[in-house]
Design a protein around this ligand. Structure first.
Ligand code: SF4
Length: 105
């Protein structure tokens, strides 16, 4: 095998290996309700499952997608939150740090 053919083969293998890894890197892991951080913040993936005895001020209209910390776009099923670095919170989730987005206008 000549040198240029060998280089082409190595580049093809490298591209073939990098594509699945790039796809994997784009998909952030969902926050698990049983993670230490999630438990400490009372995180639940469905705002309807909040322990009302423990969080009496919670309202079912409160969820990540209308929290000021949520970084997902409108309509996304999940998005980033600085309280859970490197992970995604569900749009319909809730935690005790919930803060309503300021209304504009
Ligand atoms: S801080 Fe807001 S966006 Fe982040 S998990 Fe709590 S409720 Fe959801």
């Amino acid at each position: 095998m000549n040198k240029s053919r060998r280089i082409f083969m190595m580049q093809s293998v490298a591209v073939g290996l990098s594509l699945p890894l790039a796809k994997f890197a784009l998909a952030a892991e969902a926050v698990n309700e049983k993670d230490k951080q999630a438990i400490s913040l009372g995180y639940v993936s469905d705002t309807k499952k909040v322990d009302k005895a423990k969080y009496p001020k919670h309202a079912e209209t409160q969820h990540c997608s209308n929290c000021m910390f949520y970084q997902g776009k409108e309509g996304d099923k999940a998005g980033a939150c600085p309280l859970f670095p490197g992970k995604e919170v569900a749009a319909n989730a809730w935690c005790s740090s919930y803060t309503a987005k300021a209304k504009v206008g």
